[in-house]
Design a protein around this ligand. Sequence first.
Ligand code: SER
Length: 317
Amino acid sequence: MKNVLVIGATGQIGSELTLELRKRYSGNIVAGYIPGAEPQGELLESGPSALVDITNDQQIAETVSKYNIDTIYNLAALLSAVAESKPQLAWKIGMGGLFNVLEVAREKNCAVFTPSSIGVFGNNTPKDKTPQDTIRNPRTMYGVTKVSGELLSDYYFIRFGVDTRSVRFPGLISYVTPPGGGTTDYAVDIYYEAVKGNKFVCPIAAGTFMDMMYMPDALHAAIQIMEADPTRLKHRNSFNIAAMSFDPEIIAGNIRKYIPDFKMEYDVDPLRQAIAESWPNSLDDTCAREEWDWEPHYTLDMMTQDMLAKLKARLNK
Ligand code: SER
């Protein structure tokens, strides 16, 4: 039995991860939310929820005690582009929030998963097949909080024995809860416009490659890393994981296989473009494969077929 608190349970990852954890584990899987983002529908009805603002350490501690929590999934964050418009808030949530989670975990003996990101890398990082252990010098607040979060999480493991683990997510693509304010969001928006029969105006330039992943693989990674045999882990915070790498032309071309008259034009957003150019083209995920048997399932073509089918049903197209 596992008792899990998901902080940020109604967000892009949390809304799906909470339901997946409830399918797999019989214990309390608590959906932690903030005011204005209350759980609805299946998420509300299938298990307990609690008001847990990550900047409020009391709320975290009380919920952990009440539900006898042993694992915390800390999914609260502002994504990369929106974090540039609110850097102080991004730090408060990303680092202040993580500190609160780690302190509660230290006192109450919880394992902690905090997603990291391709955003930890920067302009001086090797761009292709970026190694696991390499230069991490981001120039975005999102990246700064993710690198600092990796370091702080490893510190809590080494110094206090808190079981902290993490993966560096690439851009995540899903038909369920849309992301907000990320650099990789174009690869979600493009499917919505294609299914609606609209032309897509792409904010990222042709030729800009970034790593991406379909949400089922991301959920699998988040659960598998927390179940991994700790004696095999040489790394903890955080593992490169990869599934596919493409630029806007490649994903648009793949969509045209199924919607031949789909049209795309470019109106490049300088902020998102600069962030995208500072990130790797593709990651080397050998360490994750060797240390906990990571393996993605979905290719770009499999993802496109599933996204188009699911969105057609959702949007009644
Ligand atoms: N999807 C995130 C973003 O674009 C990257 O981890 O901000």
